[in-house]
Ligand binder design. Structure first.
Ligand SMILES: C=C(O[C@@H]1C=C(C(=O)O)C=C[C@H]1O)C(=O)O
Length: 94
């Protein structure tokens, strides 16, 4: 793989897969916040987040990416919490 155009085509394909999975994860997060609203729970669950980070870092084949994967999941979970907080707020204002 040395031609820039073909490498970028592969990146574009991977990005498409990421988008599908991103949407799927955030759709699931909406079910989580519905449950939390019904059960009067807080959005943040630090122990679950730490578990996710550790578990997923262990799945990594190339440990060189370890810190980057951690940063990636932290960002992903920050977005997830933003979505949940927004839904929570809308629910309070109803
Ligand atoms: C989705 C949840 O809410 C928050 C977001 C998480 C995530 O995006 O994986 C994990 C823990 C919580 O801080 C959850 O509690 O499962």
């Amino acid at each position: 793989m040395n031609d820039l155009e073909s490498i970028r085509k592969e990146i574009d394909k991977v990005d498409k897969e990421i988008i599908t999975l991103f949407e799927k994860r955030m759709d699931l997060v909406k079910y989580v916040v519905d449950y939390k609203i019904k059960n009067n729970m807080k959005v943040l669950d630090s122990s679950r987040e730490n578990l996710i980070i550790e578990k997923n870092k262990n799945l990594l084949q190339n440990k060189e990416y370890s810190q980057y994967l951690e940063d990636f999941f932290k960002s992903l979970m920050d977005i997830s919490k933003d979505i949940q907080e927004k839904i929570l707020k809308e629910n309070i204002n109803e």
